[in-house]
Design a protein around this ligand. Structure first.
Ligand SMILES: [Zn+2]
Length: 413
């Protein structure tokens, strides 16, 4: 039976304005924020000394990869049940980390959609999922093991229609190789421009946005020309595998209003592993430089006026579902203010992904919120381990002291 909740005395983080507002009451009813009314609420909590912030949005995740040392091998060895278990564990960690919405940028389509529906029905606790389903890739291309291989524009149109019918919230295209997939190269723009154009046309016809995985600089140019909505990674990889940020291409990303999700933290972590172990991908001598360049590109994109949203690429090697706070830490390290970084994982991300009713604590918006021990406008570290997490008015996590916790966890508002 739905209930209602009034939160008193917390410091409310207004992400849009980038300010902390002490003492404003926050009311939740029927899964949404409402203007507090004088009538009684079924539950009231006093959060004096604590901070309340909108639930976070991770704009680039892979729920069906385990984020460990060898995610591809684990995925390939697992049966369907084990794969669903990995997704459930990832979803649980996302919630514990304050992430109330994820954009799944590619997985086994049938399982991803089934998993997203189970979360919507409340059978599994997890974040809201915006799913691409299976990504479109060239034959034997990056992510082909759970993607749809497309060799012609007609293949691409069919694949988009199929994913749309099954509930895709957007379309994911793989326009270059990737580190995860043997036999592909990040330096190679391996999805032809005409296939990308047709995929974008079909996506638009179904009212869907298009996210494009791009490492090779040429693949970024094709994504711009095809009309992508978001470019993932955008690591500006030259034909020899080295990074080479191109200001002119960045300017056209900005001019077309395309949004970039630089996924720096996964790159930084994989580079660290390569440095520590001395291992590398075959003859790929530039892997470390290329991976670490993603971190430097954040500042260059920002200086070029490109809109950035935060995506951790969690699920890939050594990138678990609690990595978004560290991605935001990279944004701040690159010179962004905490307020700008926080917007990249809340209101700005929601706007860029056309999710008009999430990302802010605002009357009528979905009641996604996190309770923090400190002010995230001062330090991103407070985003780690939130004390409470509410998604769509359901209290999914409550780490307050037992005496304060009463029986709120699991409560449906
Ligand atoms: Zn990815």
């Amino acid at each position: 039976m739905p209930s209602s909740l009034l939160i008193r005395n917390a410091v409310f983080i207004d992400v849009e304005a980038g300010v902390a507002r002490p003492g404003e009451p926050i009311a939740i009813r029927k899964g949404c924020f409402e203007a507090p009314v004088a009538s009684r609420y079924d539950n009231e909590i006093d959060l004096a000394g604590l901070f309340v912030c909108p639930g976070l949005i991770d704009a680039h995740v892979h729920l069906f990869l385990d984020g460990g040392a060898a995610p591809l091998e684990t995925f390939l060895a697992a049966d369907e049940t084990a794969r669903m278990r990995v997704a459930a564990a990832n979803a649980a960690l996302a919630i514990e980390s304050g992430i109330t919405t994820v954009r799944d940028c590619g997985g086994p389509g049938d399982l991803v959609f089934r998993f997203a529906r189970a979360i919507e029905r409340g059978e599994i606790a997890g974040p809201r999922i915006l799913a691409a389903g299976s990504p479109l890739t060239r034959p034997a291309g990056h992510c082909h093991f759970f993607g749809i291989e497309v060799a012609t524009p007609a293949d691409a149109a069919r694949a988009v229609e199929l994913q749309a019918r099954h509930g895709a919230a957007f379309v994911k295209l793989i326009a270059s190789g990737g580190g995860l997939t043997p036999g592909t190269s990040p330096a190679e723009a391996d999805l032809p421009a005409e296939i990308m154009r047709e995929a974008v046309r079909a996506a638009r016809a179904n009212g869907l946005q298009v996210a494009v995985h791009c490492h090779a600089t040429e693949s970024i140019r094709r994504a711009i020309e095809a009309g992508a909505d978001t470019i993932e990674h955008a690591s500006f990889t030259s034909p020899d595998g080295s990074p080479g940020f191109d200001p002119e291409t960045a300017a056209s990303i900005r001019d077309r209003g395309i949004v970039v999700s630089p996924t720096a933290i996964s790159g930084v972590r994989i580079a660290r592993t390569i440095r520590e172990t001395g291992s590398r991908n075959g003859r790929d001598h530039n892997a470390v430089a290329r991976l670490e360049a993603r971190r430097e590109h954040i500042a260059r994109f920002r200086d070029a006026g490109v809109t950035l949203i935060a995506g951790s690429d969690c699920g890939v090697a050594r990138t678990a579902f609690d990595s978004l706070a560290d991605e935001l830490g990279e944004f701040v390290r690159a010179g962004m203010s905490c307020a700008d970084a926080l917007r990249a994982a809340t209101c700005d991300a929601a706007r860029c992904l056309k999710q008009e009713s999430i990302g802010q604590i605002r009357v009528g918006f979905a009641a996604d919120l996190i309770v923090l021990r400190g002010n995230p406008l001062i330090d991103m570290i407070y985003l780690r381990s939130p004390l409470m997490v509410i998604r769509n008015g359901v209290i999914l996590c409550d780490r307050r002291a037992p005496a304060e916790r009463t029986t709120l966890e699991g409560l449906v508002l």
